[in-house]
Design a protein around this ligand. Structure first.
Ligand SMILES: C[S@@+](CC[C@H](N)C(=O)[O-])C[C@H]1O[C@@H](n2cnc3c(N)ncnc32)[C@H](O)[C@@H]1O
Length: 381
């Protein structure tokens, strides 16, 4: 067995990833990544080979992986990287066909100031080939996290982890998802990767945003990688006609102010089974609230008023969703250090409806002199 094969075999128990790059000829894959699979029933690995703009995957046990590695991969790439939980080692192919260890370092997660983050495993691991994330500037060309994008990387990972939890017991094989206020669409591309590539489902995902140039850019990236189920539309979600077929899930991540209400209203109107929504800049109540009762104590200082208005907005949204047949959790989807807007409304449709929440929300509106967009939009539903 060659040195590189020995190194890989010795690393398998604690492997985070292995990456082979710079092929010696153009006949095979331009890059191959190996990573342990999340769901382990015994040790299993996913091998991803990039050919042209396409990624090909196979899941193998340790024996099959070593067989493939020795027969087809060892010696065919000029650079090899093997990362375990403790060490990152780089190997370079010599002219005699053997590999030389050219660099090694203790593993430390980039951008992470705290030790406990080093042990954190992500659903989307650094090194996993998601070429669209390179185009979007989250990954470097060798699939390392761009340091300035580390916060966004953690957000989208956590978002998808929560979706993964919800979908472990869900048997569906196809899914339609709408992303409201998708912006640069890091989350949208990751959702596509998670459902289409990792879970192998038939996927239709549509992202909506006000920014035409960003929408065009995202469509160009989706087209470049042949992501036929993924498209982006230039639309104002508060006004424009949106997708009119069945929708399984609605997501929004920091969609501004009342754009979140339009997302939630659309989701309940369509009877979407899942909603994952992280609201942002809840200005509506903050601008309109007047003194009217016990909550006046929160209106005395601007910063307190702003936070209380944001929390009240999200609670009213939660009440309305519950009335309209959803169970809702409000969870901290990431820590405050990562984003001050870190509350997620996570809703699952049950179909059991009531009116208690709407009545409470109405009385708050009357007492404190504000209106709330989701409450208005869902009147009569
Ligand atoms: C803070 S960005 C978040 C983008 C993305 N979801 C993310 O987390 O990276 C909010 C996005 O919502 C979009 N947006 C705000 N109001 C909208 C509306 N009425 N219709 C469509 N998009 C909207 C903005 O253009 C912006 O790209």
């Amino acid at each position: 067995m060659s040195r590189l094969s020995q190194e890989l075999e010795a690393a398998l128990d604690t492997l985070s990833k292995a990456v082979l790059s710079q092929p010696v000829d153009k006949t095979g894959a331009s890059k191959v990544s190996i990573r342990p699979l999340q769901s382990r029933g015994g040790r299993a690995f996913q091998v991803e080979a990039i050919r042209g703009t396409q990624a090909f995957h196979q899941n193998l046990n340790a024996g099959q992986l070593m067989e493939l590695f020795q027969q087809e991969l060892d010696g065919r790439f000029r650079q090899a990287l093997i990362v375990t939980e403790t060490e990152s080692a780089q190997f370079t192919l010599k002219t005699n066909g053997s590999y030389r260890r050219t660099a090694s370092a203790a593993v430390q997660r980039p951008g992470s100031p705290r030790g406990n983050d080093r042990e954190k495993r992500y659903l989307l691991e650094e090194g996993e080939a998601v070429p669209a994330l390179v185009d979007l500037g989250v990954f470097t060309p060798d699939y390392r996290i761009v340091k300035a994008r580390y916060d966004k990387y953690r957000q989208i990972n956590r978002f998808v982890e929560l979706i993964d939890q919800a979908f472990r017991a869900d048997p569906r094989k196809e899914i339609t998802i709408l992303d409201f206020g998708c912006g640069k669409s890091y989350l949208t591309f990751i959702l596509y990767h998670y459902f289409a590539v990792k879970k192998g489902m038939a996927v239709k995902i549509i992202g909506y945003d006000l920014k035409k140039d960003v929408v065009e850019h995202c469509n160009a990236i989706a087209e470049k990688y042949g992501y036929t189920g993924l498209s982006f539309h230039h639309a104002d979600v508060s006004r424009d006609t949106l997708y009119d077929q069945r929708v399984d899930m609605v997501v929004s991540l920091h969609a501004c102010d009342t754009a979140t209400d339009y997302a939630l209203n659309y989701a309940v109107g369509k009877g979407a089974d899942y909603i994952f929504s992280v609201p942002c800049c809840q200005h509506e109540l903050n601008a309109a609230m007047k003194k009217g009762g016990e909550l006046d104590v929160f209106l005395r200082h601007g910063v307190v008023r702003e936070r209380m208005a944001a929390l009240l907005t999200d609670e009213i949204r939660t009440l309305i969703l519950e009335d309209l047949g959803y169970t809702v959790d409000v969870i901290e989807f990431t820590d405050l250090e990562n984003s001050p807007k870190n509350l997620m409304l996570r809703a699952k449709r049950t179909g059991r409806r009531s009116h208690a929440g709407r009545d409470l929300a109405r009385s708050l509106c009357a007492r404190y002199g504000f209106t709330q967009t989701l409450l208005e939009l869902t009147e009569g539903l």
